[in-house]
Design a binder for this molecule. Structure first.
Ligand SMILES: CC(C)(COP(=O)(O)OP(=O)(O)OC[C@H]1O[C@@H](n2cnc3c(N)ncnc32)[C@H](O)[C@@H]1OP(=O)(O)O)[C@@H](O)C(=O)NCCC(=O)NCCS
Length: 146
């Protein structure tokens, strides 16, 4: 089903399609312009956004970056019509290959508590929960939402 799909780095022409895909997948938040995230990742040597393209359309994404020690994945997204066809697995594999090529030995990701249903996806492809406490602070002094 996914043989006709190419996974490659994002280009300028993909940006708006990527934003539409992230919105369709529920990955955007009102306080965060995804175009800024895309621009920052594209401007970094420590990150890449990979897109899956089929028939000229963006049907999947993964953003992957590293902090010099660990790799992190963000914006793992598959177009709703193609979910369940193995594309998510392919995208994560591509992110892992990129991370390993940069010298990273471990991949991390965060799941929002309200998105617990994707836990099964990550477990199916070899990921497991590693208990840690995540702490955060807005740098402009805003109170942190729960
Ligand atoms: C999560 C997501 C990327 C998975 O991609 P996908 O293409 O649907 O997943 P795949 O078809 O590659 O599935 C790979 C494996 O995970 C399993 N899987 C997929 N979704 C699952 C779920 N919700 N619960 C349990 N298992 C699941 C599949 O059955 C498959 O296992 P198998 O190979 O043993 O049969 C996709 O559903 C998506 O874009 N969701 C919305 C965005 C999102 O929540 N992203 C994650 C942010 S943390």
């Amino acid at each position: 089903m996914t043989d006709d799909i190419a996974i490659r780095p994002i280009t300028d022409d993909d940006v708006e399609s990527v934003v539409v895909l992230w919105e369709a997948c529920g990955l955007t938040r009102p306080w965060n312009d995804p175009r800024d995230d895309i621009a920052r990742a594209r401007g970094s040597l420590e990150a890449v956004i990979l897109v899956a393209e089929r028939d000229g359309e963006v049907v999947g994404t993964v953003m992957v970056g590293h902090d010099g020690h660990r790799a992190w994945m963000y914006y793992v997204a598959v177009a709703p019509a193609l979910q369940g066809t193995g594309l998510g697995r392919q995208l994560v594999k591509a992110a892992e290959v990129w991370a390993a090529a940069t010298g990273m030995q471990k991949m991390h990701l965060l799941i929002r508590p309200e998105n617990g249903k994707v836990r099964g996806f990550y477990e199916s492809i070899g990921y497991a929960e590693q208990p840690r406490v995540m702490m955060a602070k807005w740098l402009d002094g805003r109170p942190l939402d729960p």
